[in-house]
Design a binder for this molecule. Structure first.
Ligand SMILES: NC(=O)c1ccc[n+]([C@@H]2O[C@H](COP(=O)([O-])OP(=O)(O)OC[C@H]3O[C@@H](n4cnc5c(N)ncnc54)[C@H](OP(=O)(O)O)[C@@H]3O)[C@@H](O)[C@H]2O)c1
Length: 265
């Protein structure tokens, strides 16, 4: 029976946890889980039932030939400079916002790549990994091919995306997810001020995303700004008198929606 080569993960945060779980579910062996705090690495090893925890970064004698660097964006340059892995290994980071070149310190004996899962990950929220688009980049076609094989073992959606494209993809993802989520946060706080349950918004939230998927956001837009209903917008702004920052957001977004749809008519 051929043995599958193990891989290792640097980091024990949101992405590291989800990837470690997903590799484990696919019976891919994990050799090392590395974290700044040993307890964090220990707890992830315990959670997935495999791997050895470590705090150090010297792995010249390790078995792993693939190293996933799932750490904070800011830590990548420093870790790339300090990480010691066997020559011929492949090190890939998971950041949407960092270029492939951030791993340059590992060249030329180590191949570099990007293994960016385009999803929002929080440790305690399950994600259906097979639906997550993996956006990959490699320093050579061979590196990219290795990363494709690995990503295809986890997901049905695997894409080659270079550094320039990924920067725009990440920007788009910030609008689609981070900003949308912030709007949902504001909307819940507006309800709370009137003692209303967030449950009241549940069906609307669901339909918002289903409709945007079904007919696209351009056609899905409704609301007072789309209808250029200034009377309603004035009343909303009056309700936001004590929240000038939300009022400023309301005005900015409403103006953009109104002028966009007016230009179309
Ligand atoms: N979360 C997402 O939705 C998401 C989605 C796609 C891609 N990403 C990308 O994936 C990467 C990890 O994100 P995350 O959400 O998993 O972050 P996270 O939960 O904050 O975890 C970051 C990990 O990096 C470690 N770390 C931070 N600074 C370090 C340093 N100087 N040296 C060594 N380790 C350090 C942290 O260790 P400590 O616990 O010791 O601080 C932690 O294990 C980032 O590049 C992010 O952009 C995130």
């Amino acid at each position: 029976m051929t043995q599958i080569a193990p891989l290792s993960i640097i980091g024990a945060g949101n992405v590291a946890t989800h990837l470690a779980q997903a590799f484990t579910q696919k019976a891919l062996p994990i050799e090392w889980i590395v974290a700044r705090r040993l307890e964090a690495a220990q707890s992830l090893c315990q959670h997935i039932g495999q791997g050895q925890p470590s705090q150090h970064l010297h792995f010249e004698m390790a078995q792993s030939r693939i190293w996933i660097l799932a750490v904070s964006d800011d830590a990548l340059p420093e870790l790339a400079a300090r990480l010691k892995v066997p020559p011929g290994s492949l090190v890939a980071h998971t950041s949407g916002a960092q270029p492939l070149a951030v791993l340059e310190a590992l060249a030329p004996t180590v191949s570099r790549g990007v293994f960016y899962p385009l999803q929002t990950f929080s440790k305690d929220k399950e994600v259906e990994m097979k639906k997550v688009p993996f956006c990959l980049e490699g320093d050579t076609p061979q590196t990219l091919a290795h990363l494709f094989t690995l990503a295809q073992s986890l997901s049905e959606q695997v894409w080659a995306v270079d550094t320039k494209q990924r920067a725009r993809l990440h920007l788009a993802a910030v609008f689609a997810n981070n900003f949308t989520n912030w709007m949902l946060n504001i909307s819940e706080r507006i309800l709370a001020e009137a003692d209303l349950s967030p449950q009241l918004l549940a069906a609307l939230r669901q339909e918002t995303f289903e409709k945007a998927q079904a007919i696209g956001p351009e056609a899905a837009q409704t609301g007072p700004a789309r209808r250029a209903n200034h009377d309603v917008m004035r009343r909303h702004l009056a309700l936001l008198q004590d929240q000038p920052q939300w009022a400023a957001l309301y005005q900015l977004i409403s103006q953009q929606i109104e002028s966009h749809y007016q230009k179309k008519h």
